[in-house]
Design a binder for this molecule. Structure first.
Ligand SMILES: *Cc1c(COP(=O)(O)O)cnc(C)c1O
Length: 343
């Protein structure tokens, strides 16, 4: 379909302006030369601008639009202790004058002193969010029930945002990114072989897949799973999220074959950087002056680097890495980064 038509359908949904858009699409010439493979490009969604930016800001434009349209005066959301989503939600709430409760589950096995106080947690507090630290999912559900009950008693109804902002409404933000990226690629006639990004709660990939399959079906996306032990369950979530997001826009959902996920780089699990993650952080920092993060983009870049080294990617077509943000998390992994094995 015409990009303009999809854009018009996207614009029917309530939206708050929070992000600095469009984010740049730029080449990574020194990283490309160092690896000796296809031309590597980066879509700078780490530069969305909201309290250090990241991919949740695009989702929050639509989520906060929906919260406002519902008359909510506060939002509640979830994440790990070092959730980038929680930090961007706290910032969006502050910017819009809404209350913000963050229910943060302390379940990532990685541990060093900075992890429980610095990085995103430091900013959540600075941004004025109320942080509720809980041990597990059932404690999170209990805390949510309590918050909703006390809001009800005051005749208030906060807007509840799922983990990662990954409802279909949140995924609309990445349909917008797909439109933006397709236009940038076309403007410079870039021959793109693949688009790679870190995937966890699947909203980013769903939005990209729905948007690209509608306006640029030649552009394929590969999500690098940095989160789910149960890849089949994550695949089912991605399928459902795509269908719901496509329905909101009245477009054809992407085919199953367009939903590609690479689960070979998760290592010990979510939030635990592998040696390859730490190597990717250093390579990209030293060749491009770009900061990745230890939880998401470092792992996704490690997957891309492995594919280049193995010669699995055609050398005459560019790869676009979608940088989804998260560099604030570097400060929570100080010891891991200081001890990283030399590249
Ligand atoms: C949340 C997040 C992702 C994953 O996005 P999903 O939509 O949850 O799959 C990737 N990178 C960073 C830095 C994130 O914070």
């Amino acid at each position: 379909m015409e990009a303009g038509l999809l854009r018009a359908r996207l614009e029917r949904h309530p939206r708050e302006q929070l992000a600095h858009l469009p984010t740049p699409l730029q080449p990574m010439p020194r990283l490309t030369a160092a690896l000796g493979g296809p031309p590597l490009w980066v879509k700078r969604d780490d530069c969305t601008g909201l309290a250090t930016g990241g991919n949740k800001t695009r989702k929050l434009e639509f989520l906060m639009g929906a919260a406002r349209a519902a008359g909510a005066d506060a939002v509640i959301t979830f994440g790990a202790l070092q959730s980038n989503h929680a930090r961007q939600t706290a910032a969006a709430a502050a910017a819009l004058g809404l209350g913000c409760d963050l229910i943060l589950v302390d379940s990532v096995p990685y541990r060093e002193p900075a992890y429980t106080v610095s990085g995103n947690l430091l900013l959540d507090d600075l941004l004025g969010a109320r942080v509720h630290r809980v041990a597990d999912e059932s404690a999170a559900a209990q805390t949510l029930a309590q918050l909703l009950a006390s809001a009800r008693a005051e005749d208030r109804a906060p807007y509840v945002i799922p983990i990662g902002g990954s409802s279909a409404i949140g995924a609309l933000g990445y349909v917008g990114c797909a439109l933006e990226l397709a236009e940038q690629i076309e403007a410079i006639s870039l021959e793109v072989g693949s688009i790679v990004h870190a995937t966890s709660s699947t909203g980013t990939q769903a939005g990209l897949a729905v948007g690209l399959s509608a306006v640029a079906p030649g552009l394929g996306v590969c999500g690098v799973n940095v989160y789910a032990r149960d890849a089949a369950r994550q695949a089912a979530e991605l399928r459902q999220r795509c269908d719901e997001t496509a329905a909101l826009l009245d477009v054809e959902p992407p085919a199953d074959a367009a939903l590609v996920v690479d689960s070979d780089h998760l290592g010990p699990g979510y939030g635990v950087p592998t040696p390859a993650t730490l190597e990717a952080l250093e390579l990209v920092a030293r060749h491009e002056g770009i900061l990745l993060d230890p939880v998401y983009t470092g792992k996704a870049m490690a997957a891309l680097i492995a594919a280049v080294r193995a010669g699995r990617l055609p050398r005459d077509r560019a790869v676009v890495f979608v940088h989804t943000g998260g560099s604030v998390g570097l400060f929570a992994y100080r010891e891991a980064i200081a001890k990283r094995s030399p590249a």
